[in-house]
Design a protein around this ligand. Structure first.
Ligand code: NAD
Ligand code: DAU
Length: 377
C-alpha cells in the first residue's frame, strides 16, 4: 500500500515514549525550544536504568505543567498506555522507548522482547483503538540501521535493503518495525518509520562507546576496544537525528520508511583515540588528579586503550544511504563530526553531576560483572 499524502502538518499533543532516555530527552528539548511547535509534549517513560529525569530538569523548569508533562509508565502496560492516549488527547506519537544496548541484549535478551516487541505492539493497539480511522494523526517509530545486518568493505544500507538482524537487540527492533508496517497495511494506522545510525551527544548513557570512553578516561580506567577496533559505525550528532525525526513527523509520507545517517564512517579505535586527543586538549592527562590517583603510570589518555574480547556476532560495518530523506524532505545533517564530538566531550566534562546521578544505580553492578568477564576492570 502506498500513500502519497503527508499525514500531519502540525500536531498539538505529542506523546514521546522513552523521553527520559538519551535521544528522547534531546528530542523533547529540541521540539519545545527549536521548532516553533506550540503544542504539548507528554513524556511517557518507565524510568529504567537508562531513564533519568535529570536529563530534562531545564525543560521541566521552563515548560512543566503547561506544555511538558511526565507520565511514569511502562509501554508493556496496555491499560496505562491507552489511558494516557485518551487523557491527553494525543494526536502524534514519537516512539523512542526501548531497551537499546546490544551488549545487554546478549547477556539478557528477555526484556528486549517484552519492551521492544510487546511494548511497541501495545502502543500500536492503543493508537488503533483511540484514533479509529483518523488520518490527521501520526505514529512515528524510531528504528535502527542495525536491522539491516552487517556490511563488508563497501556498500550502504538503503530503505530497500533486506532485514538481517544479528543480535537480540536488532532482532527485537526488526520485529517492532514489522509490526508498525503491519498496522499501516492492515488497519490503516498512519505510521512512519526511521532507521538511524549511531548517535552521540549530551545525555547518552555511559554504557555506549563515546560516553563510556570519556568517563573512563577521566577516571583513569581502561578504555575497552572490542576485537581489533576496526569495526565501523556511521556517527550522527543527536540534534541532527532530532531534526530528521521532526521533519518526518510533519512531512513524511505515511507508510514510508526513511533512513537517517551521519555519512560519517569511523573505525572504533579512531573514535576512542579521537576522544583521547580532545581530552588532552581540554583537560590534559598530566593535570588530571583522578588519573594520577588511579593510574600513576599513565601520562596520556591514549595509554588507557585496552583491546578486549570481541562482542559475539559483532557487526563489522554500518553505513547508511540517506538520499531519500534528503531528496524528499530536504533534511541533511548540520553538525560536523569533529566539532560535535568536541562539544560532546566538553559537555561531559561540565556535567559530571549528571553522569554521577545516572551511574549511581543498577548499571554499576551490571557493568562491573560484564567488564570483569572481559578483563578490563
Ligand atoms: P536509551 O536507552 O538512552 O533510552 C531508552 C528510554 O526508554 C529510557 O528513558 C528508558 O527508561 C525508557 N524505557 C525502556 N523500557 C521502557 C518501557 N518498557 N516502558 C517505558 N519506557 C521504557 O535509548 P536511546 O539511545 O535514547 O534510543 C532511543 C531509541 O532510538 C531506541 O528505540 C533505539 O532503538 C533507537 N536508536 C538509537 C540509536 C542510538 O545510537 N542511541 C540509533 C538509532 C536508533
Ligand atoms: O547503529 C545504531 C545503534 O547504535 C543503535 O540502534 C543502538 O541503540 C546503539 O546502542 C548503537 O549500537 P552500537 O552497538 O553500535 O553502539 P555501542 O556504543 O555499544 O558500540 C559502538 C561500537 O563500539 C561497536 O562496534 C562496539 C564497540 N564498542 C562498544 C563499547 C561499549 C567497543 O569497542 N567498546 C565498548 O566498550
Amino acid at each position: 500500500m502506498s500513500n502519497g499524502a503527508s499525514a500531519l502538518s502540525g500536531p498539538s499533543v505529542v506523546l514521546v515514549t522513552g523521553g527520559a532516555g538519551f535521544i528522547g530527552s534531546n528530542f523533547i528539548r529540541y521540539l519545545l525550544e527549536k521548532t516553533g511547535f506550540e503544542g504539548r509534549v507528554i513524556n511517557y517513560d518507565s524510568l529504567t536504568y537508562a531513564g533519568n529525569l535529570m536529563s530534562l530538569r531545564d525543560v521541566d523548569e521552563r515548560f512543566g505543567g503547561s506544555r511538558y508533562f511526565f507520565e511514569k509508565g511502562d509501554i508493556c502496560d496496555y491499560k496505562k498506555v491507552e489511558e494516557t492516549f485518551r487523557r491527553y488527547e494525543v494526536d502524534a506519537v514519537v516512539h523512542f522507548a526501548a531497551e537499546s544496548h546490544v551488549d545487554r541484549s546478549i547477556h539478557g535478551p528477555k526484556v528486549f522482547i517484552s519492551t521492544n516487541v510487546t511494548g511497541t505492539f501495545n502502543l500500536l493497539e492503543a493508537a488503533r483503538n483511540s484514533w479509529g480511522g483518523r488520518k490527521d494523526v501520526k505514529f512515528h517509530h524510531v528504528g535502527t540501521d542495525e536491522v539491516y545486518g552487517s556490511l563488508g568493505e563497501s556498500g550502504y544500507f538503503y530503505e530497500t535493503t533486506p532485514y538481517s538482524p544479528r543480535s537480540p537487540y536488532s532482532a527485537s527492533k526488526a520485529a517492532s518495525d514489522h509490526l508498525v508496517r503491519a498496522y499501516f497495511h492492515t488497519y490503516g494506522v498512519p505510521v512512519t518509520i526511521s532507521n538511524c545510525s549511531n548517535n552521540y551527544g549530551p545525555y547518552q548513557f555511559p554504557e555506549k562507546l563515546i560516553p563510556l570512553s570519556v568517563l573512563n578516561a577521566l577516571e583513569g580506567k581502561p578504555l575497552p576496544v572490542y576485537g581489533d577496533g576496526r569495526n565501523v559505525r556511521d556517527w550522527l550528532y543527536v540534534d541532527d537525528h532530532c531534526a530528521a525525526v521532526w521533519q518526518i513527523l510533519k512531512q513524511g509520507r505515511v507508510g514510508e520508511t526513511y533512513n537517517i545517517g551521519g555519512e560519517c564512517e569511523q573505525q572504533n579505535l579512531d573514535v576512542v583515540n579521537g576522544i583521547c586527543e580532545i581530552l588532552e586538549e581540554l583537560y590534559p592527562a598530566k593535570d588530571n588528579r583522578e588519573l594520577k590517583k588511579s593510574a600513576p603510570a599513565v601520562r596520556r589518555y591514549s595509554e588507557l586503550v585496552k583491546f578486549v574480547g570481541d562482542r559475539p556476532g559483532h557487526d563489522r560495518r554500518y553505513a547508511v544511504n540517506c538520499d531519500k530523506i534528503k531528496n524528499e524532505l530536504g533534511w541533511s545533517r548540520a553538525c560536523s563530526y569533529e566539532a560535535a564530538l568536541k562539544h560532546t566531550v566538553q559537555w561531559y566534562l561540565q556535567n559530571m553531576e549528571w553522569a554521577e546521578s545516572i551511574r549511581s544505580g543498577e548499571y554499576l553492578k551490571w557493568i562491573g560483572k560484564n567488564y570483569g568477564a572481559r578483563d578490563v576492570t
